[in-house]
Design a protein around this ligand. Structure first.
Ligand SMILES: Nc1nc2c(c(=O)[nH]1)N[C@H]1C(S)=C(S)[C@@H](COP(=O)(O)O)O[C@H]1N2
Ligand SMILES: [Mo]
Length: 260
């Protein structure tokens, strides 16, 4: 007769050491996995600096995938939260001044908005022309990637109204707009759906008064669906294209899309 081998029950101490052994194994495997993943990322190539720059290629791929996912659900029916005027900051924060530095000469009276169509036709629009269009006002929470936000009150011409008025609808069928300061020191690229969002305005007022120079006089972009970096101060030129226009901060590694 065959005798069945009877498993001896483990003692408490044996159970504990067995569990320790297993958890140590799991921990080591996880740690090794993490280390290998890190090494893989660390050794992965850095993207070529074009309109975006500085990130490891896999990370940029992840950012671009995220952008595509967000753009699929982005809708111009979704509005950013707005606030009563009474909640707007009286002292509006000034952040940075790239392309609008105070020591640089700028003749505000000579300024005209340069609109460059894709067929390289040029349109020149004065501030008075823009002020003659319906005014749109917005009070919203302005957010900077550097970690501050402030409820602010801006007024100007809705970008989509501007497009309609100047019969630029064919240009608005392209994928992007580019904007740059008159001195070309600061520039942004913006996907067309965000530019055409009903809360996107080209502002010439803050707190119901003409824009001060440090906030981008005579005209600046206010695009509540994006972080502050895309809200270009002192618009010189607007361009239209199907490829991503150059973008100051994207070239320095920030997310091109920079949506909220
Ligand atoms: N021309 C120009 N526009 C700019 C910037 C800049 O440095 N130069 N900084 C951007 C950033 S990072 C932010 S947060 C906002 C700040 O706008 P504000 O100075 O009116 O608060 O402007 C954006 N537009
Ligand atoms: Mo910012």
């Amino acid at each position: 007769m065959k005798t069945k081998k009877i498993k001896k029950p483990l003692t408490i101490d044996q159970k504990i050491s067995r569990r320790n052994f297993i958890s140590f194994g799991v921990f080591s495997a996880a740690a090794l996995g993490g280390a290998l993943a890190w090494k893989w990322l660390y050794n992965s190539p850095i993207e070529t600096i074009t309109v975006t720059g500085g990130a490891r290629k896999p990370l940029r791929r992840a950012l671009n995938k995220t952008e595509l996912a967000f753009r699929k659900v982005f809708s111009n029916n979704n509005l950013v939260k707005t606030y009563p005027k009474s909640m707007a900051a009286k002292k509006v924060r000034v952040n940075s001044d790239i392309g609008i530095e105070a020591e640089k000469k700028f003749d505000i009276t000579a300024w005209k908005l340069q609109v460059k169509k894709q067929n390289s036709e040029m349109l020149q629009v004065s501030l008075d022309d823009l002020k003659a269009l319906p005014k749109t006002e917005i009070v919203f929470d302005f957010k900077c990637v550097e970690g501050w936000d402030q409820i602010q009150y801006w007024g100007g011409v809705k970008f989509s109204d501007f497009i309609t008025h100047y019969k630029l609808d064919d240009q608005a069928k392209l994928g992007y707009i580019g904007m740059e300061t008159p001195d070309k020191g600061y520039y942004v690229g913006i996907d067309m759906p965000s530019a055409m969002h009903p809360q996107t305005i080209m502002a010439y007022e803050v707190n119901a008064k003409p824009l001060p120079l440090e906030h981008g006089a005579p005209l600046r972009l206010i695009i509540p669906v994006k972080y502050g970096i895309k809200n270009l101060k002192r618009i010189g030129t607007i361009t239209f294209s199907n490829t991503r226009p150059p973008d100051y901060w994207a070239e320095r590694g920030y997310d091109y899309y920079s949506g909220l």
